[in-house]
Design a protein around this ligand. Sequence first.
Ligand code: MLT
Length: 204
Amino acid sequence: MKHIFQKGTDPSLPTLVLLHGTGGTENDLLPLAQIIAPAASVLSVRGNVLENGMPRFFRRLAEGVFDEEDLLFRTKELNDFLDQAADEYGLDRHNMVAVGYSNGANIAGSLLFHHKDSLKGAVLHHPMVPRRGAELPDLTGTPVFIGAGRNDPICAPQETEELQHLLEGAGASVTVHWENRGHQLTGSEVQAAADWFSPYLVKQ
Ligand code: MLT
């Protein structure tokens, strides 16, 4: 998959896997990595699907209605890519934390839902429930940060809570941070993710 790799100065830190929103590219979330963990290696990936010229990580049938078959195919494709990138760049495959926004958060959620041990943790900015009816793998101890908007027109608060309950039901430790700026990724939300990241993952 098209991507940017930046080697960090502290190889003990998790590799941050950056996953952009619809219409974004692998350049978009690089500034977030600088705020969350400037010394960490970064693997920033571009989604392989195009919707009217806009990159995405999987197809959708309509706004908020996902093409499940493609979601599963693309989630495996991303998981396989992370395996290959770990080999190519000498990264610990078991020490990767996703940082995703919107469509990127949704495929990160799908990795958690469908591929056991694919992520050590995840920062999900404005995620939805990626798929209903899935049996989740054991996520005991997996830390997940969710940044959500109380007035997000794409993901209602009830869906955020549903995602929280599904992840917690599989054993994940979920922290939800609420904002009031719709579907926007705000600076204060990124800072909250950085504050959350520090004790959970960096100092372990
Ligand atoms: C999605 O399609 O993944 C969500 O609706 C978020 C978006 O990318 O607009």
